[in-house]
Design a protein around this ligand. Structure first.
Ligand code: FES
Ligand code: FES
Length: 156
């Protein structure tokens, strides 16, 4: 089977797996990294949102063959280490605002929120709504998400 190497949460990993297996299944089923959630598997719900080279992406839509040894994938598990803390400031804001309900969509929401702040450190409510529009929450936590992102932006 082909081998694929990339950097996952700061450490190089190598997997033996067919080229066309999408990264979400490599993360969850092969590497046991289950923070990125499987919702649609089609790049629609954003539940699996993680970062590649600092930008938000959906690993459910990326075949593992598209990754190279220099590509850095960060999942919610690796997010705190990107700022050298036990919890990322955005995760702290999430807790302060008690955002999660069932929690299923929340890793993807937080990863999208951090990608937004990397581009726009002081987003307006409108900016937040536009950036987060693809992240579906069946529990309707959108108002608390917006509040937490605004609070999280002040902590950066
Ligand atoms: S599971 Fe990846 S976008 Fe829905
Ligand atoms: S908290 Fe339940 S889907 Fe978002």
């Amino acid at each position: 089977m082909p081998q694929h190497t990339f950097i996952l949460n700061g450490k190089p990993v190598t997997v033996d797996i067919e080229d066309d297996v999408r990264l979400l299944w490599v993360l969850r089923d092969v590497l046991g990294v289950t923070g990125p959630k499987y919702g649609c598997g089609l790049g629609v719900c954003q539940a699996c949102t993680s970062h590649i080279n600092g930008k938000a992406f959906n690993p459910c839509s990326v075949p593992v063959k598209d990754l190279g040894p220099a590509d850095e994938v960060t999942t919610i598990e690796g997010l705190p280490a990107t700022v050298g803390r036990d919890l990322h400031p955005m995760q702290e804001a999430w807790l302060e605002y008690d955002v999660a309900q069932c929690g299923y969509c929340q890793p993807g929401q937080i990863m999208s929120a951090c990608a937004l702040l990397a581009k726009n450190p002081a987003p307006t409510d409108g900016d937040i709504d536009t950036a987060m529009t693809g992240n579906i929450c069946r529990c309707g936590t959108y108002n608390r998400i917006r509040e937490a992102i605004t609070a999280g932006a002040e902590k950066f």
